[in-house]
Design a protein around this ligand. Sequence first.
Ligand code: BTN
Length: 258
Amino acid sequence: MAAPEISIASIQNGLNTRFIGQNILYFARLSSTMDAARREAQGQAHEGTVVVAGEQAQGRGRLNRTWFAPAGNIALSLILYPEVAGLPYLIMIASLAVAQSIESVTGLLTQIKWPNDVLIGGKKVAGILIENEVKGNKARAIIGIGINVALQPAGIKEISSIATSLEEQLGKKISREEIIRKFLEKLEELYIKLPYSAFIFKSWQSRLVTIGQKVTAVWGKEIIEGTAESVDETGALLIRCNDGTVTRIVAGEVTLKK
Ligand code: BTN
């Protein structure tokens, strides 16, 4: 059975925010919500505007990867205009808002894998892509959120062993509108605390499954092996390498060793 369209009226019904999600644009099918949101931002869309796709044909992930978002899942991008000083914290607030909204609606326990993958039972359920443009001390930030809701990863060989979905975990259907509404509320709650809040950093840090684990970090051609020791307040990961030195990683892919 085809997945029903996402109802914007139902997301906004009871939405308790001042600006995030007060303007939602819905498209049944898009190549990527990131591009549609950027066009809206270039046209001076209000802060907090959200672009939602029923289905995304060419979704992109971090590090130029493909993101699978067929109908039945959540693919959205939202527009923020933060101070430049707030940019490092967007990763933290976006992953916290996704993790908290999933927990609050489904009761499932989530973890965050550095920097911003949301996991359930060690498998990825949601990914976040942030694209920024800076002008003076202000930024135009597009935050892309992909949440696997109805996805059946077993049918997609590229992700079958590393991904999961909410319905796979719960064994029943859930409301995408409810998850999106909660996410928008949580995100606004955290965003208005920027540029810096020790509380945000501590909450994000405490959910990181990466800390204390043996990891391999890959950034371009560089490969770093060691133990993920901590994160600093800019969101960078500090890895204690096998020779005792500490390397600071600001981006890249980190794999947890079994
Ligand atoms: C990642 O984990 O690599 C990030 C995945 C981000 C996917 C979302 S889906 C909505 C938005 N549009 C895109 O093309 N990508 C992001």
